[in-house]
Design a protein around this ligand. Structure first.
Ligand SMILES: Cc1cc2nc3c(=O)[nH]c(=O)nc-3n(C[C@H](O)[C@H](O)[C@H](O)COP(=O)(O)O)c2cc1C
Length: 170
């Protein structure tokens, strides 16, 4: 099984990116978590560009999403919203024909932040993602139980992705 990890933060010392990197190490045998590096390099979303010549970076993002059994998102809150760079990536994915039905796990690394998580849930629902609420976790990486919480969320997500794949195969 192949999962794609998307971080909403471009910061080098990002807690969200750290949580996704930790997930790569926690993944059980047979599960690979690939970290998508290109969020900050995507051009600003423009429907005219989408309709004419799709930028290579966008085509690559869409290809990586299509190839994944599920997508794991860890995203911070900026000014009670989701960071512009991450919303930009999601806007490019609205036109990705493989996104609807894709299982999505949400990681929140800031227990006091709720606005960005609510917005993410609404946006992803609008994009017809298959949200997996039982896999959603809120973790403070400075706390001792953070790794076990992430591991439990990942286990629930892997189960949901297997079920979704089974349903897709009929
Ligand atoms: C411009 C800016 C705005 C922020 N706004 C909020 C906010 O509205 N609510 C909140 O809980 N944290 C807010 N924060 C704190 C960040 O969410 C927090 O630093 C988080 O750890 C950033 O994610 P990262 O560690 O993955 O980079 C803000 C930080 C910045 C730089």
């Amino acid at each position: 099984m192949h999962l794609l990890a998307l971080s909403g933060s471009l910061r080098a010392g990002s807690f969200n990116t750290s949580a996704l990197r930790a997930l790569q190490k926690l993944a059980p045998g047979g599960v690979a978590v690939e970290f998508y590096e290109g969020i900050g390099a995507l051009p600003h979303f423009n429907p005219d560009v989408e309709m004419s010549a799709l930028p290579e970076s966008v085509a690559d993002l869409r290809w990586q999403v299509a190839a994944a059994d599920g997508v794991v998102i860890a995203c911070p809150e900026y000014a009670h919203g989701i960071p512009g760079a991450f919303k930009n990536a999601l806007d490019w994915l609205v036109g990705c024909e493989n996104f609807p039905g894709k299982p999505v796990m949400l990681i929140n690394t800031a227990p006091r932040a709720s606005h960005a998580q609510a917005q993410l849930a609404e946006i992803l629902k609008t994009m017809s993602a298959r949200m997996v609420p039982e896999a959603g976790v809120t973790v403070d990486l400075r706390e001792a139980d953070a790794m076990s919480t992430l591991q439990a969320g990942l286990a629930a997500f892997v189960d949901a992705c297997r079920q979704a794949a089974g349903m897709a195969l009929g």
